[in-house]
Design a binder for this molecule. Structure first.
Ligand SMILES: NC(=O)c1ccc[n+]([C@@H]2O[C@H](COP(=O)([O-])OP(=O)(O)OC[C@H]3O[C@@H](n4cnc5c(N)ncnc54)[C@H](O)[C@@H]3O)[C@@H](O)[C@H]2O)c1
Length: 259
């Protein structure tokens, strides 16, 4: 079956891993990102997928840009079967020190950009939905939405908002065959946190806690759960935010504990 997805944040981290997995599974992928240089490199790396990766420059922080981009996608494909909203930014500071520009950026990209993307994709998702195969929307929330941590207050608020958007979109859109869910990863090994965790550039970022599994997540750990949400097995799943955190948020592990 030919299936088509739009993935934001496709030039790095989780969005890049999701793009790769869907291409390998035969999907056509519109890969949206605002980083032209990395998008070009990613597209070159996916060249052997027969033109099924469509690099698409898009700033999800701009309503005009998102609207125009989905207009162009509609010219290229009559339907979308899935939209995966991975574009996001992290800015860290204690609340008293948080720069207002950074607060606005985090809210604009993580919350408003996610809303804009899903809203503008909706007509194509509805067009792709059938009773046997509902279209899917996957939003990227975070463990921070479920259990916030210090120095990431704006980020936690932006992701808590994504989780609430997910619930309401799911209730409003499921009747027209569009299933909306979100994932809440703990710390994932991607450039987003690598930059901030580097002691030479550290801005106070700390991981979201200790996973009892004994390691932080790789992007593929998150993509595996996405593939479930895209599968027939998830046909009755809507409005949830699924933690993919290796148990990090399950129970407090006091420092010095053996488990
Ligand atoms: N890495 C983690 O620990 C972690 C944990 C929980 C949730 N998340 C969420 O997962 C998603 C993916 O994160 P990641 O770790 O892969 O990050 P990443 O930084 O590796 O990738 C994010 C991508 O989003 C793109 N992007 C940023 N602003 C954009 C904009 N305005 N328009 C379009 N694209 C834009 C970037 O260019 C980049 O390619 C994000 O929403 C993030 O908040 C990440």
């Amino acid at each position: 079956m030919n299936r088509t997805a739009a993935i934001t944040g496709a030039a790095s981290g989780i969005g890049l891993a999701a793009s790769r997995r869907l291409l390998e599974a035969g999907w056509t992928v519109f890969g949206l990102d605002n980083a032209q240089d990395r998008l070009d490199k990613v597209a070159a790396g996916f060249a052997d997928h027969g033109g099924r990766f469509r690099p698409t420059l898009c700033d999800v922080g701009s309503a005009a840009d998102v609207t125009a981009v989905f207009g162009r996608i509609a010219d290229a494909t009559p339907v979308l079967n899935a939209v995966i909203c991975c574009a996001g930014v992290l800015r860290t500071a204690r609340m008293e020190d948080m720069r207002i520009e950074d607060f606005d950026l985090v809210m604009n990209i993580n919350t408003r950009g996610t809303f804009l993307t899903a809203q503008q994709a909706l007509p194509l998702l509805r067009a792709g939905a059938t009773p046997d195969n509902p279209s899917r929307v996957i939003l990227l929330s975070s463990l921070a939405a479920l259990r916030p941590k210090v120095v990431s207050g704006a980020y936690a608020a932006s992701k808590a908002a994504v989780t609430q958007l997910c619930r309401v979109m799911a209730a409003e859109w499921a009747p027209s065959g569009v299933l909306v869910n979100a994932l809440a990863p703990g710390t994932v090994d991607t450039p987003m946190v690598a930059v901030l965790a580097d002691p030479s550039t550290s801005k106070g970022y700390r991981p979201s806690g200790v996973s009892p599994v004994g390691r932080i997540a790789q992007p593929e750990d998150i993509v595996d759960v996405m593939m479930f949400l895209l599968s027939d097995g998830a046909r009755y799943v809507a409005g949830t935010t699924i933690p993919v955190d290796g148990g990090t948020g399950a129970a407090f592990i006091p420092p010095g504990s053996n488990s």
